[in-house]
Design a protein around this ligand. Structure first.
Ligand code: NAP
Length: 245
């Protein structure tokens, strides 16, 4: 029997993370499906994975909490005897847009804590077994906003730009152990996060004249997670319908 391979996706109950979970499950990974609070959405994602013949385990924890993150993963490792997770997709993220002059400390900190601290705690925890195993894939979901900037998103753009810097640095630290670290930068993708944005307002500025589908991000993540992408590391790859080059 072939060895079970594991992929942990943060924020996988909904949106882009859900599509990534479904796609990686269809590539043969057992999915460790992290989410923060939406049990129903997480159950629906697990059901969708199982309906495709895949397998998944829910892992409910707040990625911005070092203690919750490490406890949840360690408990799973202790109960299964598994210590190595081959693929980590740091996808959990929130936005709390505001002009900087009105931005509250909470709007600033919660967005940075989720995207940036969340990336740090879980990646540090899963990195050691990857280094020992001399193989791994780390994929960080960032944003066009973190490259180009966007009015009303100083918090979100700062968080995503910081993760891009960390991606490039970590890629250089671990390349010789055959661990790749890349960032995927979506533009406007149809999810709950963009449900407050009127696509008609933005369609004119997107060369493809439409918002992206979650599956269009998931297929790139699936490729980066594969052995086919073994010589790609430290990159930021855009999925944005031509919005930014
Ligand atoms: P979404 O539909 O709002 O889903 C967010 C997911 O993250 C949910 O599964 C949510 O869990 C989880 N989550 C939020 N805070 C968390 C925390 N502290 N700990 C653990 N899980 C947490 O978002 P999305 O649009 O799919 O976005 C996914 C990623 O893509 C984000 O990093 C976002 O910044 C990035 N992105 C999105 C777009 C876009 O156009 N949609 C564009 C560029 C980048 P619950 O279900 O439990 O709440």
């Amino acid at each position: 029997m072939s060895e079970i391979k594991y992929a942990l996706i943060t924020g996988a109950s909904r949106g882009i993370g859900k599509a990534i979970a479904i796609r990686l499950a269809s590539s043969g990974y057992h999915i460790l499906l992290n989410y923060q609070s939406n049990d129903q959405a997480a159950d629906e994602t697990v059901a969708a994975i199982q309906a495709n013949g895949g397998t998944a385990t829910k892992m409910k924890f707040d990625v911005s909490s070092e203690q919750e993150t490490e406890t949840a993963i360690q408990q799973w490792m202790d109960s299964t005897g598994v210590s190595y997770i081959e693929v980590l997709v740091n996808n959990a993220g929130i936005k709390k847009d505001n002009l900087m002059m009105w931005m509250t400390n909470d709007e600033w900190k919660s967005v940075l804590n989720t995207s940036l601290d969340g990336f740090f705690y879980i990646t540090r925890f899963l990195l050691k077994p990857m280094l020992t195993k001399r193989y791994g894939r780390i994929i960080n979901i960032v944003s066009l906003s973190g490259v180009k900037g966007m009015s009303g998103q100083t918090n979100y753009a700062a968080a995503k730009a910081a993760v891009i810097g960390a991606t490039k640095s970590l890629a250089q630290e671990v390349a010789k152990r055959k661990i790749t670290v890349n960032a995927v930068a979506p533009g406007f993708i149809k999810t709950d996060m963009t449900s407050d944005i009127d696509p008609e307002m933005y369609k004119r500025i997107i060369p493809m004249e439409r918002f992206g589908e979650v599956e269009e991000v998931a297929s790139l993540v699936n490729y980066l997670a594969s052995k086919d992408a073994s010589y790609i590391t430290g990159e930021v790859i855009h999925v944005n319908g031509g919005l930014y080059t």
